[in-house]
Design a protein around this ligand. Structure first.
Ligand code: BGC
Length: 805
C-alpha cells in the first residue's frame, strides 16, 4: 500500500468516513491528517460546478463554463486528437474551478435510439466510443486532475435506470458493452470510473464482483477508484467488497457506520477497507497536488473558438440534392424555424452547462455572407400547432430563393431520466415543412437534437444538415458550413433506421418492470442492419462533403492496411476512412463487419495521400464463452475500407492464424444468432445463448414492496394511502404537463417515479435514514399504524443521536 503510514494513523471510524460523500459534491476530509476533501463535478461536455455548492439534490445552476458540443456530436468528427483537445480545455476549466474529479465522459452504447441520454453518449460502436473517450480522458488528465468515465456498465436506458436488471450474455457484454470502457481504462488510463445504477445479470453493477473485480481490476488492471453514480449504492458492504471506494453523495454518515459495524462483526475484513482507502487517498493527493500546482487563466474567447472548431468538424451533411449547398452568392435566403432564434445546443439533466457565451444564428448571419431576407418563427417550440405562424412563414418563403429551415427537438424531449416516446420530430414542424414545400421547393433543413430521427418527410428537403447539439458556438459553426467557409466532414456515429420498428432491440426496450433482456445479442446498430441487409435511412459512418474522395491501391499485411486516398473534387476537405473487418468462416456467429480502425485525413483538392491503419489487439478477436477468454479464430478475414459502413470502397482478405481452441457454440441451437435475424428471438434460444435460465422479467405484484422497488410501483401497494399517493403523483404530473411545466414534470419522473425506495434514504443526505425508510415501507405495505410509530421512533432516535454528536 502506498499510503500505509497515514492509514495506520487512522481510526476505524476515520477510514470509514472517507468512503462516502461529505455533501452532494464533495468527499470527506480528515483535518488532523491533512486529508482534504475533493470536489467532484459534472460533466461530460462542460463543467457544472454549482454556484450554491451543496443544495441537497444538485439542481442549482452551475458557474459559467464553456459548453462544448455533446459527445453525440463530437463522435461525428471521428477525430481522437480533437477529443483530446476538448479534454485538455475541459480539464483546464475544471482546474480553474478547483475540481478534482470531472464526472465524464459518458460512454454507454446507443443500444436503442430512444434512450433519453443518447445525446450524452458517443456511439453505437464500442471501438469508436472507446477511442474518442480515451482521447478525452488523456486530455482532461493532462491537467493532473481525474476524469471519471461513466456509467459502468450496460446502462443503456433511462426508464427505471436505478433498478432495472439488464440481462445480457457474456460475449455481448464483453464485445459490445465493455469494450469502450476497456479502451478508456487501458488507453485513456482513467483515474476513476462511475458505476452505473442498474443491475447486470442480477447484481447491482456497483456490487457485481464479475464486473468490478474479475474484469475491471484483474483483467484490465484498473488501479484507480470506483465511484457510485449519485444515490446508486444499494448494499454498501457488498459495494466495498467489490472494490467501490467512494459512495456519492453523502448519506449523513449512515453507511460509514454500517462499514464500522461490518468490520466489528467480521462481515468485512479491515484489509479490504484499507485497500480502498489507499486507492482513494491516491486520488485525493494526486489531484489536490495538481490543483495546488497548476494555475490556469481561462481565455473564455479562445475556449469558445475551440468549441466552434469542434462543432465545425462534427456537423454532418446528410443530403445535398442539386448541390443546393453551399448557398450560392447573392441567393435570397428565408430563415424559418424557432431554433434559429433560440438554438437548441445542449442536453438536459446532470450534464447541463451554463455557457460563457452563446452564439445566435440570427446575429451571425451578416458575417456569414449569406443574404437573409428575413426570419419567421414558423412553429411553436413545444409542439402546439399554430396556423398563423405557418402562414407567415409561407409568405416569407415565397419571396426567397432558398429556405433555411431550423427544426429539431426541444430541451424537454431528450433528457436524462426518461427515454423518448418516438423517433419523429413534432407534428407541427412537419406541418410547417409540408406547407413550405407547397410554395417553395428549395428547402434546406438544419436539425438540432442529439439523436437519430425518423424522416418520412425527407423527400421534401433538398439539403439536410445535422448539427446535433453543437454547443455554445454551434449556431456560427452551422452557418459556416452552410456558406461553404467550412467543408463538412462529420460522419454519423449511429445508424438512422427508416422507422423505429426496424431497430433490433425494438421488441426488448425498455423491458419489463424487473428486467430488460438484450435478446439481440451483439447485433446492435449497423452490426444488425448490415448483416441482415436491412435498408436504413442513413448508415453508420455516413456523411457528405463538398468534395469527393477516391480510394485505391489497398495493401494488407499482418499488421496493417494501406491505401491511397485522393481528393477528386475542387475544394479541400477531410475524409473519415473506416476500416471494417469481417470473418469468412461461419463457425462462430458474427456481424458481417465490425469497425476496427479509422483515420480522419485532410486532403487538398487534387492531392493524394497514402493512409495506413494499424491492426491492434481488437482487430480479429472474439470472446469465447467456453474458454472464458479473448480468442482469435484461424480463418480468412475480409479487410474492408469504406466511406461508411454501407459504402465499402476497397476489399482485400488475409488469413490469420488463431488459437484454434474449442468452439463456443452449437450452431443448431442458435439459428437467429447465426443468421443475424434477432428481432424476435424466443426465450428458449436466448437462454441457450445465455447458457442459463433468465429471471422472470415481470414484477410479482403480490409481494410486499421493498427497498429496490420504485416509487411508481406504489400503484401495486397494499396500502390504499400509497395507491392514492401514486394516482395523485400521476395527476400532478399531468397538470404540470398541461401547464407547460415540462421541466418539473421530467424531474418528477426521474427523481420520484423511477426512484427506488432506497433512494429516499440514499439521496437525502441523512435526513431520512434506512430505519425510517423501514417505517415508510411498512406504511406502504399496509401497516399504517405500526409504520407511522416506527417512523416517528426512528426520527426521534436520529434527532437525539445528532444532538449528542
Ligand atoms: C448521473 C451522473 C451524474 C451524477 C451527478 C447522476 O444522476 O447519472 O451522470 O454524474 O448524477 O450529477
Amino acid at each position: 500500500m502506498k499510503y500505509r503510514e497515514i492509514i495506520e494513523k487512522m481510526t476505524l471510524e476515520e477510514k470509514a468516513s472517507l468512503m462516502s460523500g461529505k455533501d452532494y459534491w464533495t468527499s470527506n476530509d480528515i483535518e488532523r491528517l491533512g486529508i482534504k476533501s475533493m470536489f467532484l463535478a459534472d460533466g461530460s461536455y462542460g463543467i457544472r460546478k454549482q454556484k450554491k455548492a451543496s443544495d441537497k439534490i444538485g439542481l442549482n445552476i452551475g458557474n459559467p463554463s464553456t459548453c462544448f458540443p455533446t459527445a453525440a456530436t463530437i463522435s461525428n468528427s471521428w477525430n481522437e486528437d480533437l477529443a483530446e483537445k476538448i479534454g485538455e480545455y475541459l480539464g483546464a476549466e475544471a482546474v480553474d474551478q478547483k475540481i478534482n474529479v470531472l464526472l465524464g465522459p459518458a460512454i454507454n452504447m446507443k443500444r436503442n435510439p430512444l434512450c433519453g441520454r443518447n445525446f450524452e453518449y458517443f456511439s453505437e460502436d464500442p471501438y469508436l466510443a472507446g477511442k474518442l473517450a480515451a482521447g478525452y480522458i488523456r486530455g482532461i488528465q493532462s491537467n493532473g486532475i481525474a476524469a471519471c468515465v461513466k456509467h459502468f456498465a450496460v446502462n443503456n436506458q433511462e426508464q427505471r435506470r436505478m433498478t432495472i436488471d439488464t440481462i445480457v450474455d457474456e460475449r455481448t457484454l464483453r464485445e459490445i458493452y465493455l469494450t469502450a470502457f476497456e479502451i478508456a481504462v487501458k488507453e485513456g488510463k482513467t483515474k476513476s470510473i462511475m458505476s452505473s445504477y442498474n443491475k447486470v445479470n442480477g447484481t447491482y453493477a456497483n456490487e457485481n464482483i464479475h464486473l468490478m473485480k474479475d474484469i475491471l481490476r484483474e483483467e484490465w488492471k484498473f488501479n484507480g477508484c470506483v465511484i457510485t453514480d449519485w444515490g446508486g449504492s444499494n448494499d454498501r458492504i457488498r459495494g466495498l467488497l467489490a472494490g467501490n471506494e467512494l459512495e456519492m453523495p453523502s448519506t449523513g454518515g449512515e453507511t460509514n457506520e454500517e462499514i464500522v459495524q461490518a468490520i466489528k462483526s467480521g462481515r468485512l475484513n479491515e484489509k479490504v477497507l484499507d485497500e480502498c482507502v489507499d486507492r482513494l487517498l491516491d486520488l485525493i493527493f494526486t489531484t489536490e497536488k495538481a490543483l495546488n500546482e497548476s494555475y490556469v487563466k481561462i481565455d473564455i474567447e479562445k475556449h469558445h473558438r475551440i468549441s466552434q472548431r469542434v462543432a465545425e468538424e462534427s456537423i454532418v451533411l446528410l443530403k445535398n440534392k442539386d448541390n443546393i449547398l453551399p448557398i450560392k452568392p447573392n441567393k435570397k435566403v428565408a430563415v424559418i424555424g424557432e431554433f434559429a432564434k433560440e438554438a437548441r445546443y445542449q442536453g438536459a439533466g446532470s450534464s447541463i452547462v451554463n455557457p460563457t457565451i452563446l452564439d445566435n444564428t440570427l446575429d451571425c448571419f451578416e458575417e456569414s455572407g449569406i443574404v437573409s431576407i428575413g426570419y419567421e418563427q414558423g412553429f411553436e417550440r413545444y409542439g402546439k400547432t399554430n396556423k398563423k405562424l405557418i402562414s407567415n412563414a409561407c409568405e416569407l418563403a415565397k419571396k426567397a430563393d432558398v429556405i433555411l429551415l431550423y427544426i429539431g427537438l426541444d430541451e424537454y424531449v431528450e433528457v436524462e431520466g426518461l427515454d423518448r416516446n418516438t423517433m419523429s420530430i413534432p407534428k407541427n414542424q412537419i406541418e410547417l415543412l409540408d406547407a413550405l414545400y407547397k410554395v417553395n421547393k428549395n428547402i434546406v433543413a438544419i436539425i438540432s437534437c442529439g439523436c437519430a430521427l425518423e424522416m418520412p418527410w425527407i423527400n421534401k428537403v433538398k439539403g439536410l444538415l445535422h448539427g446535433y447539439l453543437a454547443g455554445q458556438a454551434g449556431a456560427r459553426s452551422i452557418l459556416r458550413v452552410l456558406s461553404g467557409d467550412v467543408n463538412p466532414s462529420g460522419k454519423l456515429a449511429e445508424t438512422y433506421p427508416i422507422k423505429y420498428e426496424d431497430t433490433p432491440s425494438y421488441n426488448n426496450f425498455p423491458g419489463e418492470e424487473v428486467s430488460v433482456e438484450y435478446r439481440e445479442g451483439p447485433y446492435i446498430g449497423y452490426r444488425y442492419y448490415d448483416t441482415v441487409h436491412k435498408e436504413v435511412l442513413f448508415p453508420f459512418g455516413y456523411g457528405l462533403s463538398y468534395t469527393t474522395f477516391e480510394y485505391s491501391d489497398i495493401e494488407v499485411n499482418k499488421n496493417s492496411v494501406t491505401f491511397k486516398l485522393n481528393n477528386s473534387g475542387s475544394v479541400a476537405g477531410m475524409e473519415v476512412a473506416q476500416l471494417y473487418v469481417g470473418c469468412k468462416s461461419d463457425k462462430i456467429f458474427r456481424p458481417k463487419k465490425e469497425l476496427k480502425g479509422f483515420a480522419k485525413v485532410f486532403i487538398n483538392a487534387g492531392e493524394t495521400k497514402t493512409i495506413k491503419i494499424y491492426f491492434d489487439d481488437k482487430t480479429f478477436r472474439y470472446f469465447n464463452v467456453k474458454t472464458n477468454r479473448w480468442e482469435i479464430e484461424s480463418a480468412e478475414y475480409e479487410i474492408m475500407i469504406g466511406a461508411s459502413s454501407a459504402d465499402i470502397r476497397l476489399i482485400d482478405s488475409i488469413w490469420i492464424e488463431g488459437n484454434n481452441t474449442e468452439l463456443p457454440y452449437d450452431k443448431s441451437n442458435l439459428p437467429s444468432y447465426y443468421s443475424g435475424k434477432v428481432t424476435d428471438v424466443g426465450l428458449e434460444e436466448f437462454e441457450k445463448l445465455m447458457g442459463k435460465k433468465v429471471p422472470i422479467s415481470t414484477l410479482d405484484k403480490k409481494k410486499k414492496l421493498g427497498y429496490n422497488d420504485t416509487i411508481s410501483q406504489c400503484k401495486y401497494a397494499k396500502s390504499l394511502i400509497a395507491r392514492i399517493s401514486y394516482y395523485l403523483m400521476i395527476f400532478i404530473h399531468w397538470i404540470l404537463i398541461k401547464l407547460g411545466k415540462r421541466e418539473k414534470a421530467n424531474i418528477m419522473v426521474m427523481s420520484i417515479f423511477n426512484m427506488p425506495f432506497r433512494g429516499i434514504s440514499r439521496m437525502t443526505g441523512g435526513i431520512i435514514n434506512m430505519s425510517m425508510l423501514d417505517g415508510i415501507l411498512m406504511i406502504v405495505n399496509g401497516k399504517f399504524f405500526k409504520g407511522t410509530a416506527k417512523l416517528i421512533k426512528e426520527k426521534n432516535k436520529l434527532v437525539r443521536s445528532k444532538r449528542n454528536k
